[in-house]
Write a protein that binds this ligand. Sequence first.
Ligand SMILES: [Zn+2]
Ligand SMILES: [Zn+2]
Length: 213
Amino acid sequence: MKPNPFLVNVAALRPTPGGRHHVMRSGTIDGLVITGSSVPSSAEVVVEADIEVVDGGVVVTGTVSAPWVGECRRCLRLVSGRLETPVREIYERVPRVWVDNQDDTDETETYPLIGDTVDLVPLARDALLLDLPMAPLCRDDCVGLCPRCGADRQEQECDCIDQPGHPVWAALHELYEAIEDGTAIEDGTAIEDGTAVEGDAGTDGEEQPRNPA
Ligand SMILES: [Zn+2]
Ligand SMILES: [Zn+2]
């Protein structure tokens, strides 16, 4: 098993509360995958941070960066970019989870300080998973694929939109024409012929005593 490059020993900082220590660590982290994009498992994740000793733990303030790849949500083209995610997190000997008062769905937690060791992996993982794009676009104005023939409209034009050959388009076409002609609401009176209230029940049955017993 490879040693974890994201472990930082903070023992040297202990005697001087308030002391800062700058670290830069890099390596690969598995499982950075969400719907829409991921950090490739072979990609280098870099954590650059100041570690500051506070009462009962340390504060890690810095940036997590990594390349990401994904699929354009409209045209499925490969898209990529780089995350530069700011972090400010607390490591404590007794980690806590609490609910933020302002938004009670937002759980905040601190990370464990085990011995004198800070493991930057959970911090980097959480920061990157939150920052990965869920629905990336290859460009803001990507026009996507034709829903009918699948043509990439960025590369080629197709004639599908104006062709009423498909039943869906034909039905829409008729509706548009009806609206234009003003005939779309012509049939609105058809249910008022009164046939629904025939067959009056309850006039020809004998009265029954309600409680025969
Ligand atoms: Zn696209
Ligand atoms: Zn088409």
